[in-house]
Design a protein around this ligand. Structure first.
Ligand SMILES: NC(=O)c1ccc[n+]([C@@H]2O[C@H](COP(=O)([O-])OP(=O)(O)OC[C@H]3O[C@@H](n4cnc5c(N)ncnc54)[C@H](O)[C@@H]3O)[C@@H](O)[C@H]2O)c1
Length: 436
């Protein structure tokens, strides 16, 4: 099924040979290119980095194995890495998040080896990850740590070839920190998620908006006046909650962390246990990075017509096994991306099979926010290529200078200038002698 070929040739008499790939339909490439270019217009920071990379080629000769959602924004990151001189190979980080037109365009237009088909089964998902691993990447770029996990679990000899990695999301960082604590991590990884210019904007505003987008595209429900339960009041949960409230929902938060729960309360939300929220809610959204947040006893007390969606990284936040068992086979597609489970006496609905709703039922984050996340990715890749020899097999935060540079470039692109402190102010804030 996987077609393998050499890198594109520049010969004028033969069409370029596509790189190795397994995508749904190369005929979708033209549509993919149009959408990638549309996203690019919203990604000025990444474009500036790409222009510099073209001049300086900081990734020259470096093989990067990427496991990311195959979206228009990711395509622009891949183009940036390629402009920097890297040889890039991409697989999907989720079976449902791939945009087939984008995968086609990456292969046919940009000459980037891509292994991703929307709706691929588990075996194909891992076959695609193995196709990336087969190229022996020197740098890994993960969203959820699946590539790093695969290398460590199944290809230990290859781990020592890897110079360093980067990780995009909260769940991936948690997995990596657990590996580092066990002494199991074989190379340094920069946690892109920990950059301020990543999680403050991407997780909160990007996932916040696109989660609502996914729910609306899948269901076309009215949010105003609806009882919405959000599990997890982290960066993602805060974003979803504020957007739902902005659209007129009555929002309740389910949390396990007392500080976050208190914050939610003082932000003006109701705070409830999952048990109390189950019969109260009409729409449930999970964003915890945890397991079985809503489970059998909660499904049992939900109202007829309740709708559930997950925006956390894995499809583990809703106990889908229990849901299937309770439905005893009475499951049907109510709409595209919505499954209806008949629990006998009532029906409950699940969006996008419990996978990331914003990517499964919509297009993921808006490009303008991925501009900053992927600028951090590109600059972190440049950083680890230059500095891997000084790093230990640990999880590193993105250097402050990169964070500040991303914010500076974004503001400049938006035409916003800032005040600078006067010399008197600089002296005042750095002195301990001033008092009342
Ligand atoms: N959909 C997307 O595109 C997208 C984007 C960014 C992050 N994510 C994922 O979303 C998830 C959350 O990310 P985040 O940055 O908000 O993380 P976070 O750590 O800031 O927040 C998670 C919150 O969930 C709470 N929580 C944990 N277990 C819980 C439980 N059983 N019940 C209720 N609350 C519980 C935690 O106390 C914490 O406050 C992660 O899996 C992350 O990878 C998804």
């Amino acid at each position: 099924m996987t077609e393998t070929a050499s890198t594109p040739t520049s010969s004028t008499d033969a069409p370029p040979v596509p790189p190795a790939h397994d995508v749904a339909d190369l005929g979708l490439a033209e549509e993919g290119v149009r959408r990638i270019e549309w996203a690019e217009r919203e990604m000025p920071v990444l474009r500036l980095i790409r222009e510099r990379f073209e001049r300086e080629r900081p990734l020259s000769g470096v093989r990067i194995g990427a496991c990311l959602h195959v979206t228009t924004e990711t395509a622009n990151l891949m183009r940036t890495l390629q402009a920097g001189g890297a040889e890039v190979v991409l697989a999907a980080s989720n079976p449902l998040s791939t945009k087939d037109d984008v995968a086609a365009a990456l292969v046919a237009e940009y000459g980037i080896a891509t292994f991703a088909r929307r709706g691929e089964d588990r075996d194909t998902y891992y076959a695609h990850l193995n196709s990336v691993a087969d190229t022996h990447p020197l740098i890994t770029m993960d969203d959820g740590c699946d590539l790093v996990s695969l290398l460590h679990a199944e290809r230990p000899d290859q781990v020592k070839e890897v110079l360093a990695g980067t990780e995009e999301t909260t769940t991936g960082v948690i997995r990596l920190k657990a590996m580092a604590a066990d002494g199991a991590l074989g190379f340094p990884v920069v946690a892109v998620n920990e950059a301020q210019t990543k999680h403050l904007f991407d997780n909160r505003y990007g996932t916040g908006q696109s989660t609502v987008d996914g729910i609306l595209r899948a269901t076309n429900i009215l949010i105003a006046g609806r009882n919405v339960v959000i599990a997890g009041y982290g960066w993602v949960g805060r974003g979803v909650a504020s957007r739902m409230r902005g659209m007129g929902a009555q929002v309740a938060i389910v949390e396990v962390d007392p500080v976050r729960a208190l914050e939610a309360l003082m932000d003006g939300y109701q705070v409830m246990t999952a048990g109390d929220a189950a019969p109260w809610g009409e729409l449930f959204v999970t964003a915890t990075g945890n397991l079985n947040v809503f489970r059998r006893e909660h499904f049992a007390s939900m109202r007829d017509g309740a709708i559930m969606a997950n925006s956390g990284h894995f499809d583990a936040e809703l106990d889908l096994r229990a849901l299937r068992e309770m439905a005893e086979g009475h499951v049907r597609d109510a709409r595209e991306n919505v499954q209806e489970f008949d629990l006998g006496g009532k029906k409950v609905n699940l969006i996008a099979e419990g996978r990331l709703v914003n990517l499964g039922a919509a297009e993921g984050h808006p490009a303008a926010v991925m501009d900053m996340s992927f600028a951090n990715q590109a600059l972190s890749a440049e950083y680890v290529v230059a500095h891997h020899a000084e790093l230990q097999p640990q999880v590193y935060v993105v250097p402050e200078a990169i964070d500040a540079e991303v914010a500076r470039l974004k503001l400049a692109a938006l035409g916003i200038t800032l005040d600078e402190m006067t010399p008197e102010q600089k002296d005042y804030v750095s002195s301990w002698q001033h008092g009342t």
